[in-house]
Design a binder for this molecule. Structure first.
Ligand code: 13P
Ligand code: SF4
Length: 326
């Protein structure tokens, strides 16, 4: 695996911080000096969430990226999220602490193959989940996130034929909720497919008063048992409003940090995976560390760069989503 140094101009050496440095204090200082902002997804490690200026789900982060006045945006998330922030802020510096922070779901939709699939269905409009590459966004009519997908799918006339890419699980859930028959691309998220229905049911049996909450990227086998399904922000809001005290949480474990901060008297149990390892940690999200955040802010690298014609094409369906989300 390449280190961030591989992405730096030749002869430019990015040093790890001195171990005696108070990274939390120094990051605050650099942010002020450079008019920089840290936007972090809920799946980031707790230390990164604690230094963030804004923590959110994919929609909240895109909206915040659209409204920020900062000169530098450090995006603590994965590549497609930082790329979306760059599309919205072409003249600003957008930093991603580790450029290798990709997404298995985005990778499951190669643009050349998707283009051919789209050509086979010329009457269909294309709705793409934001977890996709800029090339897929450029081939789409509108982008959605898990928090606005139902509303945006319903904004199309019922007679309009639709393709939904790249997440088949979210697509199947949306078909069920909206009564549509969207053609689904066969992609999925490695983290949300790992939950074991048998072990989740065993956990609910152990805690009969518990509530199962799940992200719609989970498979139908898990979603069918869920008391509530929603985006990361919706899950957080739900646990705060609910009278229940115990929650089995079927999404990436990073979200438990904010749940425990917001609701210290409630119990949050990560939904068990179908093997013994902590595979419901997203390996891409977890490539970012506090040290890499410090280095990125300090050296203003690695920076997201985009081809301008691709940026313009990919931005149009994102702007359509943001308009439809007001
Ligand atoms: P949301 O935060 O929009 O629910 O997305 C979850 C996710 O998988 C991000 O990669
Ligand atoms: Fe991609 Fe899944 Fe990781 Fe989200 S949790 S970044 S969808 S691999």
């Amino acid at each position: 695996m390449r280190s961030p140094i591989d992405f730096l101009p030749q002869g430019f050496l990015m040093k790890f911080p001195d171990p005696s440095l108070d990274l939390f204090a120094d990051i605050e200082q650099i942010k002020k000096e450079k008019n920089a902002i840290i936007l972090a997804h809920y799946y980031q490690e707790p230390d990164i969430q604690d230094v963030a200026d804004f923590i959110g789900d994919s929609l909240g982060l895109a909206q915040e990226a659209q409204r920020t006045q900062a000169d530098i945006i450090l995006f603590a998330g994965v590549h497609f999220m930082a790329e979306t922030a760059k599309m919205l802020n072409p003249t600003k510096k957008v930093l991603l602490p580790d450029l290798n922070a990709g997404c298995s779901l985005a990778d499951s939709c190669p643009p050349d193959i998707f283009q051919k699939f789209k050509e086979l269905h010329p009457e269909h409009k294309v709705i793409s989940y934001i977890n996709c590459s800029a090339e897929i966004k450029a081939l789409s009519d509108v982008i959605v996130t898990s928090s606005n997908a139902e509303k945006i799918v319903n904004s199309f006339p019922i007679t309009q034929q639709l393709i939904f890419a790249p997440d088949k699980n979210l697509g199947a859930w949306l078909n069920k909720k909206t009564g549509r028959d969207m053609l689904l691309w066969d992609g999925s998220c490695m983290v949300h497919e790992i939950f074991s229905e048998k072990k989740v049911l065993a956990e609910l049996y152990k805690h009969p008063e518990a509530c199962l909450i799940a992200h719609p990227e989970c498979e139908a086998a898990i979603l069918q048992h869920a008391h509530f399904i929603g985006s990361t922000t919706a899950l957080l809001n739900f646990v705060s409003k609910s009278d229940k005290k115990i929650f089995v949480v079927a999404t990436e474990t990073g979200i438990l940090h904010q749940m425990r901060i917001n609701e210290p008297n409630k119990v949050f149990i990560p939904a068990p995976a179908n093997n013994a390892c902590a595979c419901n940690d997203c390996p891409h999200m977890k490539l970012n560390t506090l040290e890499k955040v410090w280095m990125a802010l300090n050296y203003e690298q690695p920076e997201i760069q985009m081809d301008e014609s691709l940026r313009v094409k990919a931005l149009a369906p994102i702007l359509k989503m943001l308009e439809l989300s007001i």
